[in-house]
Design a protein around this ligand. Structure first.
Ligand SMILES: NC(=O)c1ccc[n+]([C@@H]2O[C@H](COP(=O)([O-])OP(=O)(O)OC[C@H]3O[C@@H](n4cnc5c(N)ncnc54)[C@H](OP(=O)(O)O)[C@@H]3O)[C@@H](O)[C@H]2O)c1
Length: 282
């Protein structure tokens, strides 16, 4: 009897590193679910992955992560179709030059980059545990190393000036803190959790900032990775047999790398968890 097909969900799969990650997982024989917020871009990405890999088990689901209700609907749609999830890749991410609020009135970078993946994992824990050994992969950034502190009292940057890049770096630190805490909490359910930096990659991530976007266009040919290259560490962490049982680690260039000392602060991670539960009404 042939082995049942393994299932992978990739968020932010409509463009950039995410679509290349979905392509890589489909090429490795996974049944791939691409999640995106834009119907046309996400459907086109799924069609592209199907055509490029010859894998027909490629589908897509829609959710704007600026809305926690849409995250809940995405999880419900996944759970209605599948009872197992072998690999969950949290790749969706954004950066805002100006402070914006999500549909739930939460600062949007924190909402999309941290709260949405937090809630989505919680709602997909049963299919992950059913598929054990299962993996959760969190795409963070080397920028997570930059913050010297994390002020959970003002995580939504209500006080002081809003600096988009600083808020993005803080959200990426939350990614690694969260991955480490989740790793501890699900260790007994056969689920491993790791985070990573994909490299500096020429994508549309800074599309809202004309200067940075222009710099990316100039630098892309000799300083930046292509999205295909940028997907390599995600694919490695998601699939390498060498990483069976490895959890709570951070990777870059397909190798384990040094995390911010703040990311291993279990007390801080616990407080971020409690805050995330409150904000997502879990
Ligand atoms: N590029 C780099 O150098 C770099 C470096 C370090 C880390 N990263 C991380 O890599 C990940 C992928 O980024 P990328 O560089 O590939 O950028 P990208 O091309 O802009 O891709 C980001 C993805 O996230 C999706 N997304 C954004 N906001 C969303 C929302 N509200 N709801 C649902 N989906 C949303 C985007 O959807 P749309 O197509 O609809 O916009 C897109 O699919 C991010 O987590 C980013 O922080 C990137």
């Amino acid at each position: 009897m042939s082995e049942p097909q393994r299932i992978c969900l990739v968020t932010g799969a409509s463009s950039g590193i995410g679509v290349e990650t979905a392509r890589g997982m489909a090429a490795r024989g996974f049944h791939v679910v691409l999640a995106g917020r834009n119907p046309e871009r996400t459907a086109a990405a799924a069609a592209d992955v199907r055509a490029a890999t010859g894998n027909d088990r490629v589908e897509h689901l829609l959710a704007d992560f600026s809305s926690l209700d849409q995250v809940r609907a995405l999880a419900a749609a996944f759970n209605a179709r599948h009872d197992r999830l072998h690999v969950l890749i949290h790749n969706a991410g954004l950066w805002h030059p100006r402070r914006q609020l999500s549909a739930d009135g939460i600062e949007d970078t924190f909402a999309v980059n941290h709260l949405a993946p937090f809630l989505l994992t919680e709602l997909l824990l049963d299919p992950l545990a059913n598929a054990a050994p299962a993996r959760v992969v969190v795409v963070s950034s080397r920028y997570h190393l930059k913050p010297r502190s994390l002020d959970l009292e003002d995580i939504q940057t209500v006080s002081g000036a809003y600096q988009g890049l600083a808020v993005y770096k803080q959200s990426k630190l939350c990614n690694v803190l969260y991955a480490n805490e989740l790793a501890r909490r699900v260790a007994d359910r056969g689920i491993t959790v790791n985070s990573l930096h994909p490299g500096d990659v020429a994508t549309g991530i800074v599309r809202d900032n004309a200067v940075l976007n222009g710099l990316i266009k100039i630098a892309q040919h000799w300083l930046l990775k292509t999205p295909t290259q940028g997907a390599r560490t995600s694919l490695h962490v998601a699939t390498s047999p060498d990483l069976q049982g490895v959890t709570g680690r951070y990777f870059a260039e397909c190798k384990q790398a040094k995390q911010s000392p703040l990311a291993s602060d279990a007390d801080l991670a616990g407080r971020l968890w409690d805050l995330s539960e409150r904000l997502t009404d879990l």
